[in-house]
Design a protein around this ligand. Structure first.
Ligand SMILES: [Zn+2]
Length: 259
C-alpha cells in the first residue's frame, strides 16, 4: 500500500524528478517561512528586520547557486553544455549549499552592520528542517542512497544501507532539539548543527553508493569538506577557551608611579 503510493508519486513526473524538485522547494519554503516568523517575533526596529530579510534572501540565492555550481566541476563534460542545460543536469549538493548559505548570511549581515551571529542562530533550525525535507526528495529521485546490502532489520528487508533515512531521522531530532520548544534555549546552534552534520556526513560517506573517486588518503570530497569544517569548529573552540581563560593575557599596564 505504502509502496504503491510511493511509486505513484514517483512516477507522476519524470521518474522522481518532479517529486525531487517539489520536496526541495517545499523544504526551502518551510525554512523561509520559519526564518520570517522567528525574525518577526524579535522586538527590534523594522529597518533592522528588513536588512535581515534581505540578507537571508541573498544568502539563500548564493546557497542555491553554489550547491548547483559546485557539481559542474565533478560531472564529466559538464562545461560542454550550455548554461541552463548544465544547471539542470547537475542537481544540487546540500552540503555545499548549506555551508555557503551560512557563510554568506554571516558575511552579508556583517556588511549590513547587523549582529550576524545573533540572526544566523535563528536560521539554524529551519536549515535542519530543510535538510530533512529535501532528503525525502532524494529517496524519490533515487540519488544519494546507500551501498547495496541484503540485511534483515527487525523484519524489514534492507536492500540498501539506509543512508538517507538515517540523515532524515537525525536531522528531524536535531530540529526539535534546536527549535527552542518548551522554553529550552540551546546556545551555539550553528556550532552544534555543523558538528552533528559533519560527523554524520563523514561516516555516511563510507557507505554511500555515489561515493565517487577517492581524492585524498582514501577520503572523498564531502569527507574532506567535513574534516575542514570540523577543523574550523575545533579552532573556534580553542580560541574561545583561550579568550575566556585569558590564556593570551593582555599586558597589565604598570601601576602609576606617584611623585
Ligand atoms: Zn540526492
Amino acid at each position: 500500500m505504502l509502496e504503491e503510493l510511493f511509486n505513484a508519486v514517483r512516477d507522476a513526473g519524470f521518474s522522481g524528478l518532479a517529486a525531487y524538485y517539489t520536496l526541495i522547494m517545499t523544504g526551502a519554503l518551510a525554512a523561509a517561512v520559519m526564518i520570517y516568523l522567528k525574525t518577526d517575533k524579535i522586538n527590534c526596529e523594522n529597518k533592522v528586520k528588513r536588512r535581515v530579510y534581505v540578507a537571508f534572501i541573498a544568502a539563500g540565492a548564493v546557497g542555491f547557486f553554489c550547491s548547483n555550481a559546485f557539481k559542474w566541476f565533478f560531472i564529466p563534460n559538464s562545461f560542454d553544455f550550455p548554461f541552463f542545460e548544465r544547471v539542470l543536469r547537475s542537481g544540487f549538493t546540500f552540503f555545499v549549499g548549506m555551508l555557503t548559505f551560512f557563510g554568506s548570511a554571516l558575511l552579508i549581515l556583517k556588511l549590513l552592520k547587523q549582529n550576524a551571529g545573533f540572526w544566523v542562530e535563528r536560521a539554524v533550525p529551519p536549515v535542519a528542517a530543510f535538510n530533512a525535507i529535501s532528503r525525502v526528495g532524494c529517496i524519490f529521485l533515487g540519488c544519494c542512497g546507500g551501498i547495496h546490502i541484503d540485511a534483515d532489520f527487525f523484519g524489514i528487508r534492507l536492500e540498501h544501507f539506509p543512508v538517507i533515512e538515517i540523515e532524515i531521522a537525525v536531522m528531524t531530532v536535531l530540529f526539535f532539539i534546536l527549535a527552542d520548544r518548551k522554553k529550552r534555549n540551546v546556545k551555539n546552534k550553528l556550532f552544534w548543527y555543523l558538528l552533528v552534520y559533519c560527523v554524520l556526513r563523514f561516516f555516511l560517506e563510507f557507505v554511500r553508493e555515489d561515493r565517487g573517486a577517492h581524492s585524498l588518503a582514501g577520503l572523498n570530497v564531502p569527507q574532506l569538506i567535513a574534516l575542514s569544517v570540523l577543523a574550523v569548529l575545533a579552532a573556534s573552540l580553542i580560541i574561545n577557551y583561550a579568550k575566556t581563560k585569558k590564556l593570551f593575557k593582555e599586558k597589565t599596564p604598570p601601576p602609576p608611579v606617584n611623585g
